[in-house]
Design a protein around this ligand. Sequence first.
Ligand code: NAD
Length: 245
Amino acid sequence: MLKGKTAVVTGGTRGIGFAIVKKYLENGANVAIAGSRQESVDKAMEKLSDYQDRVMGIWPDLCSPEEVAAAFGAVKEKFGSIDILANNAGISSRTSLYEYTVEEFSKILDINVKAVFVCSQAAARIMKDQGGGVIINTSSMVGEYGQPSGCGYPASKFAVNGLTKSLARELAKDQIRVNAVAPGVTRTDMVAVLPQDMVERISAGIPLGRMGEPLDIANAYLYLASDLASYVTGVTLRVDGAAMT
Ligand code: NAD
């Protein structure tokens, strides 16, 4: 479904991002894995030796326009284009408002929102020159409902939804589609840090009766990146088993 296309996946070293990387490779794309450190990128690439001609690693500071532009330039140089950007890197928080520091709040907005802006800008400049492309952002179900602690996390995902809708409208004239995927509770390291009783309580309340798997989310990323979604832009697609909170 993606033969001949090139994708950049931020936070592609593990969890949902790694599942997206694999799904895109299986469907014929070239993929650049953007991670926070060379060691984690190298470790992820070791697991993808079957695809070594179609995968590369980059580790720019995702909030630095200069570093991101240089890294995306290297991807274009190697593979000839950037057709798909998956803005997936993210961190979460459960800190109570009473303990939340300005530094922690700023950090979550940097990685979850500013990096989406910086990477989208760098990719859109390349995509516009190519005649089009696709940007897909990882939101969250808490970007619809909020959550009872860690307010910076849902605030960041509401912002991601706002960027998605706005950039979809702004970039449509350049044939760049912009969508988001809003996962429910998904079995990754991000969930592994939650108390077990909280995970069980959340899972029991999911109408489809189970937690999401990274593959469930990657399948939505494949659809939105593909030509099957050629008239879909500005949406946040919920992939959450109909969870309500
Ligand atoms: P994870 O912790 O397993 O993976 C997060 C990824 O982001 C890692 O690859 C990590 O290296 C990367 N990352 C974090 N900070 C970075 C930085 N400064 N620079 C570059 N990369 C950085 O978590 P995950 O569950 O796979 O999360 C992926 C995305 O899905 C996040 O945006 C998260 O908010 C979202 N999400 C997850 C869930 C869930 O239940 N797991 C639910 C909704 C949304």
